[in-house]
Each structure stands twice: as C-alpha cells, then as structure tokens.
Design a protein around this ligand. Structure first.
Ligand code: ADP
Length: 306
C-alpha cells in the first residue's frame, strides 16, 4: 500500500508562538488515519496547512505523489475539508446550502443534483433536506457540513474534531459514514481528543502533543511498544502499597489505584494475600486493559484530559 500523504518537519509560528515544531507523519492510501492529541496540540493548524487555509513556515508535504506546495490548486480538487466550525447558511435549506457549495466546486445541473442526493443519503438527512438549517440540531448541522465536503467526491477527506458537542445518534451516523467512505476507497484523516473514537475508527494513529508527533503506528504497535502492564484495584480502606514488591508506579484513578508492574498476576496474588491478612475488603482487582490513555501517559507524562 502506498502513501497518499507524507508530511515532513512541518513548522508553524503564530506571531511569536510556535504551534508546530517539526510535525512529520505519513498516511496510507485508503486508510482512516487518526490525529490524536489534547486541545492546543496543533491538530487544527496541521489540517489547515494541509488544506491550504494556512501557509506553513517550513517543512515538506507530498500528496498524491506530488509536492503539495507546488501543485496546490490541482491537489485541492481531490480534498474535502470539514473544519471544526460549522460553515452553513442558517436561513437556507440543507439542499440549497449543498447546491451553493456544489457550485463553488464547479458542479452544476444533473451532476450536481445527483451528488446532492448521494451525499444526503450518505449523511442520512434526505428526509430533512428541504428544512432550513436553523431548525437542525448541532449534530445534523455537522452532518450537512460533512456532506458539503463530499460533493466533489474527494479522494482524501479531512475532518477536524467532527463529533465535538453532538448527540450520540449523529456521532454514530458520522462513524458509519466514515466506515463506508473507507470501504469505497476514500482516505480519511480524522482529528480528535477522544481516544475511544480513534480506537473505534482508525487503522493508524499519530499522537501529537505541543506541536510535535510523539509517535505514529497502528493500535497494536502502540500498545505493544508503549502500553504499560498494570492492575487496577479498589479497596474499602486505604491499601498499604508500600508492602508490595515488584511495582513500578502507583497512580490514583477514579476510586482506586492503578499499579504498574512487569508481573501483574504476581502482584494480584500479593494484594489478595495482604488484604486477607489485614482484613481489607477489596471492591475490585483486575488487570488493566491496554489503552491509548496509558500510551499517551507513558509518552508525555500526562493524561489526554490534563
Ligand atoms: P488543536 O487543534 O490541537 O487544539 P491548534 O492547532 O488549534 O490545536 O493550536 C495549536 C497552538 O496554536 C495552540 O497553542 C493555540 O493556542 C495556537 N493557535 C492556534 N490558532 C492561533 C491563532 N490564530 N493565533 C495565535 N495562536 C494560535
């Protein structure tokens, strides 16, 4: 499988603030690629540069095998971009909004009508097409915004945090839509700060923090390379962790503790033994599942929600 997009050492400075400090990653053709990072990490800035909204201050971008900066106009015809902010005319119907955006892409007549019908079906909003956008929920507006970016049948769809503040039904629609676009061969770049979305949708992920990509790979690769081995425990009264051997770190988590160790089963045996001896009631004791949260913590020393 070849790379559809390769970014090397992308730089961006806003006034005197460095937003991107050497972002590099590559996206395989036909994949769903997740850009995961906390607010302010540089996800939107990267996407705006990819879509020509912003100029970069350094670095190289190759898209569809071409230098994206030299062939910007030709390349942009194959990109659909869904920005974080919804860009729709509230007083117009969804259909008229799509007609307007379709004409901006140079579509007209029967071709435009067919594409509007197609994208309305893809977003599950055919029944509401004639209603004004102002009567839509936030999630429906977001879906029409995505529909607008699909009108010209792009080979690459770039979505900037498309599920922020929307209802679960619209979120599921967006997920289904992305899965079916991928089946049809569209490459998708999806930015989010929700790990569960990346886990549900993406083939490969770049974790971005403070304007740098800290790692890139499949979920399996990230879990194997950076996932910690740990157990989670909750007890009625405080547990004497100082009596445990072979532990690497202890973190408070919800009502309990996450204890990192190279030998989780051995640690669980010790905990059961001590809890019996000290008559400490255990509420929960389990091996922690691998998670992106843990990968992020191990790479950056903080949680994604910090
Ligand atoms: P993300 O999308 O991951 O939340 P952004 O790319 O929006 O991150 O922002 C990266 C950094 O650049 C942040 O520190 C943000 O405050 C800063 N930034 C973004 N846009 C501007 C701007 N127009 N002017 C100044 N600073 C900005």
């Amino acid at each position: 499988m070849s790379f559809l997009l390769e970014i090397q050492d992308l730089q961006k400075v806003y006034k005197n603030k460095k937003a991107l400090d050497g972002v590099s990653f590559s996206v395989k053709e036909g994949s769903c690629f997740g850009l995961l990072g906390p607010n302010g990490a540089g996800k939107s800035t990267t996407m705006k540069i990819l879509t020509g909204v912003l100029a970069s201050d350094g670095g190289n971008i190759s898209m569809f095998g071409k230098d994206a900066l030299k062939h910007r106009k030709a390349i942009l015809q194959h990109i659909g971009y869904v920005p974080q902010d919804i860009v729709l005319y509230e007083k117009l119907s969804a259909y008229d909004n799509l007609s307007f955006f379709g004409k901006c892409y140079g579509l007209d007549g029967d071709v435009l009508k067919k594409r509007i019908d197609d994208v309305l079906k893809q977003t599950g909003l055919t029944d509401r097409a004639k209603d004004t956008v102002k009567s839509y929920s936030g999630g429906m507006k977001r879906r029409i915004n995505i529909a607008a970016a699909l009108l010209h049948n792009p080979k690459l769809l770039i979505l900037d945090e498309p599920t922020v503040g929307i209802d679960p039904q619209s979120r599921n629609h967006i997920f289904d839509m992305i899965r079916s676009l991928k089946e049809q061969g569209t490459t998708v770049i999806y930015s989010t700060h929700y790990m569960e979305e990346v886990e549900a949708l993406c083939d490969e992920i770049a974790i971005i923090d403070k304007g740098e990509v800290v790692t890139q790979g499949t979920l399996d690769y990230l879990f194997t390379e950076y996932g910690r081995k740990a157990i989670y425990m909750e007890s009625e009264t405080s547990f004497p962790t100082e009596k445990l051997t072979g532990i690497e770190a202890v973190h408070s988590h919800h009502q309990g503790l996450i204890i990192e160790t190279a030998a989780p089963i051995d640690l669980m045996e010790q905990i059961i033994h001590i809890s019996k001896e000290k008559k400490i009631l255990l509420h929960r004791l389990e091996i922690e599942k691998p998670s992106l949260e843990a990968v992020f913590l191990s790479l950056t020393g903080k949680t994604l929600r910090d």
